[in-house]
Design a protein. Structure first.
Length: 150
């Protein structure tokens, strides 16, 4: 692989890890939501994030790279922390929404940084921009939901 491809694979794999973290976080949120409406919404978001992972993995393959297939260590640790916190505090829907919003803020910022990466090839940036549109819409909806609950 050349340097441009190496860079694209590295950046895309980093997004894959974060998006896997997000999918896992949404699965956790679905399990801990008290409201079946929130549970269903979070489960759907987990599936949507898994689809984004597949698209990013395909893009990595197009550059001749091996796509990530597992969460980041930080994401795994965060999920365990959230599980423990929910067990101790008996997390209500507001607490779950707050955690989801924290995750949404993180993933949105990460995608925004990649969109501005001028060293990323145009085709990869296009895939990232399409994924970002979905992530931003989810982020904005969670922020509105949080504001309604508070």
């Amino acid at each position: 692989m050349d340097t441009v491809n190496d860079h694209a694979v590295k950046v895309l794999n980093s997004l894959i890890e974060t998006t896997l973290d997000s999918a896992s976080g949404y699965r956790e949120a679905a399990e801990h939501a008290q409201s079946s409406q929130f549970g269903a919404m979070f489960a759907q978001r987990a599936a949507s994030r898994a689809e984004l992972v597949g698209q990013l993995q395909q893009e990595v393959r197009s550059f001749g790279g091996s796509p990530e297939t597992d969460q980041s260590l930080l994401g795994k640790a965060h999920n365990k922390f959230v599980e423990l916190k929910n067990a101790i505090m008996g997390g209500d829907d507001r607490a779950v929404i707050n955690e989801v919003e924290r995750g949404e803020n993180f993933i949105k910022a990460k995608y925004e940084a990649v969109i501005d990466d001028q060293d990323l090839p145009a085709n990869a940036r296009n895939v990232v921009q399409r994924a970002y549109a979905s992530i931003k819409a989810d982020h904005d909806e969670i922020s509105r939901l949080k504001a309604q609950l508070n």
